[in-house]
Design a protein around this ligand. Structure first.
Ligand SMILES: [Zn+2]
Length: 588
């Protein structure tokens, strides 16, 4: 067969030519619009676009947002092959690319909006002068956002087995003498408004005497070697600083935040799971002292010695998050009493035994994984939302103001699903006279043991509580446990919406398919002669409401979702359950 265009006449060809011209209309857009479009693309995508359009190629060189991430230069086989030589080659290629792009940008003589560099280095001394030069160029081009993440790694990392690599890698990454030391020129970046530094050495030196961060509003220091003197210098010499993040600041054991008249948000993180893939690194912070009248939000994560938290000078605090802070009851209440304007409080402390709060301002309270907590006594009429997540048993005494929305999460902890005493404690907890909007739990194979509904009926002879939404994260549960799991959940509560989502990346499709079949074909020949019967007798209607994919959380509504489900990506499926308790049931 002849190609289609061979039959075309001159007029057709003219139309086709016009169409091609029209397709490149994007090149006719003004510079600033193309720059705006480019700001949504990665460096690599923007480079690919340059191949398609000549003008893009020209505009790429003057595009003021420069993102360079070495990860895009590592070839895929490299990530698994750990070959040292090709890794070195990828670093070389990356360095050449950054250097050439930066030099071309500087020739365009426009000011730089953002400069982000993320790379791994073996030989810091070998690349230090180049990195210094890049920072100098960014500063000279009036950079406004500067984000530097330079991780030192050992070249043997790519030829050793996994566990040795992790140990070696950790030693190298945290060794000050092998880290990249930032140049003094950085401190003259007077246009910079956001500065993020990670993996570098920033200990006080004579090169750092002059600091000109007159515009700096946001400072993020993560996994850096920095001493107390230098942290104080940053805080006191950045008069506009509004947002400060101090994460894994080695050599800074006593954190003092004062003389920061505009500081609104502060985060102190004593650990970092994102910094290293292997272990959680914890930095031992000895004390935290914060004197910042303007402070509105404060987050403290993984601070071990809570006795030394002093926040007397933060009376305007509205948001406080204590996560992984080993704080004792007395210290906790003393600390909280300093914040009369608090509106949101998040507490995640495994040693805390009781929480007693009284306030007229607090709107949201989250109590998460406080495993030793026994008493919750909240005298807060303003409270709108109360989130309570626990492992094992709930607190034995709970008093929370009445008209407030509850979100509860529970999981077995050291107990197991199927354990009748534990299930009964959950059921009793749910009987509390509060409206539970969301209830969630997670179940995986190791949590599940055989469940006997008849025994549980005798053990806990009362009708389950109705809840608005029950979400279960289901892991790899064996099909022999499906029926038991469903029976025990529906002897604890009757959800109006039942959402099932995958747990720890494991698929729960088989269980969902089974559940659907079971619910559709429910028969109620059991429970003869029992006053309170099992769920089969009360469930009047059951239908699929929606499916929400994990990656693109837009609900899908389809007529025959069950047929399509096995081919769907991972996500949450929601069922609507209608219950009817028409028979007179006299509650025990
Ligand atoms: Zn029954």
């Amino acid at each position: 067969m002849m190609p289609k265009y061979m039959n075309m006449n001159v007029a057709d060809l003219k139309i086709m030519e016009d169409q091609i011209v029209a397709m490149d209309r994007i090149s006719d857009l003004p510079d600033f619009i193309i720059h705006h479009i480019m700001s949504y693309l990665s460096t690599l995508e923007a480079t690919q676009m340059c191949v398609l359009s000549k003008r893009w190629n020209h505009l790429q060189t003057s595009f003021p947002i420069l993102y360079f991430d070495q990860i895009y230069f590592e070839e895929e086989d490299l990530a698994t092959g750990r070959e040292e030589r090709s890794f070195c080659m990828s670093i070389d290629k990356f360095i050449q690319f950054v250097d050439a792009s930066l030099l071309r940008f500087c020739e365009a003589k426009v000011s730089m909006e953002k400069f982000r560099l993320s790379m791994k280095v073996f030989d810091v001394e070998g690349v230090a002068s180049l990195l210094d030069k890049w920072i100098e160029l960014a500063v000279a081009n009036e950079v406004k956002e500067l984000d530097l993440n330079v991780q030192t790694t050992d070249n043997r990392v790519h030829s050793l087995p996994g566990t040795m690599v992790e140990e070696l890698d950790l030693n190298v990454r945290t060794n000050k003498d092998r880290m990249y030391t930032l140049p003094g020129t950085l401190f003259s970046a007077k246009f910079v408004t956001t500065l993020k530094l990670s993996g570098c050495n920033l200990e006080m030196s004579s090169a750092y005497t002059t600091m000109r961060f007159h515009s700096l509003k946001k400072l993020v220091l993560n996994a850096v070697h920095i001493d107390e003197q230098m942290v104080s210098k940053f805080i006191s010499e950045c008069p506009l600083l509004e947002d400060l993040f101090l994460g894994l600041c080695w050599h800074c054991k006593r954190i003092l935040v004062s003389h920061a008249p505009k500081l609104k948000t502060l985060t102190v993180n004593g650990s970092s799971s994102s910094f290293c893939d292997s272990d959680l690194i914890v930095h031992d912070i000895e004390s935290i002292e914060i004197v910042a009248r303007s402070l509105e939000q404060c987050t403290l994560i993984d601070v071990d010695r809570s006795s030394a938290i002093d926040m007397v000078g933060c009376a305007d605090l509205k948001y406080f998050n204590l996560t992984g802070v080993n704080i004792l009851v007395q210290e906790f209440h003393k600390l909280i009493s300093k914040f009369p304007l608090l509106e949101k409080l998040i507490v995640n402390c495994c040693v805390l035994e009781s929480i007693s709060l009284s306030s007229n301002r607090l709107k949201e309270l989250q109590i998460l994984h406080c495993s030793r907590l026994r008493v919750i006594d909240i005298d807060v009429p303003s409270l709108l939302t109360f989130s309570y997540v626990f492992y094992g048993n709930p607190a034995s005494s709970i008093n929370v103001p009445y008209p407030c929305s509850w979100k509860v999460g529970f999981s077995p902890g050291c107990q197991r699903y199927g354990d009748l005493i534990w299930l009964d404690s959950i059921k009793k907890f749910l009987k509390l006279p509060y409206e539970i909007d969301e209830l969630s739990t997670s179940i995986s194979i190791q949590d599940m043991e055989s469940f006997n509904l008849d025994k549980f009926k005798k053990n806990s002879p009362s009708l389950p509580r109705e809840v608005r939404n029950l979400t279960i994260a289901v892991g790899a549960v064996h099909p022999s446990n499906y029926a038991g799991l469903l029976d025990c959940l529906l002897w604890i509560c009757y959800p109006r919406i039942l959402s099932m989502k995958p747990y720890a990346g494991q698929s729960s499709i088989e269980f969902i398919m089974w559940l659907y079949e079971k619910m559709m074909k429910r028969d109620a020949k059991c429970c003869n002669g029992h006053r309170i019967k099992c769920w089969h007798h009360y469930l009047k209607d059951f239908k699929i409401e929606s499916f929400v994919p994990l990656k693109d959380p837009k609900p899908l509504h389809m007529d025959n979702l069950m047929v399509a489900l096995p081919n769907f990506p991972q996500g949450t499926i929601r069922f609507r359950l209608d219950w009817c308790f028409s028979e007179h049931i006299d509650e025990a």
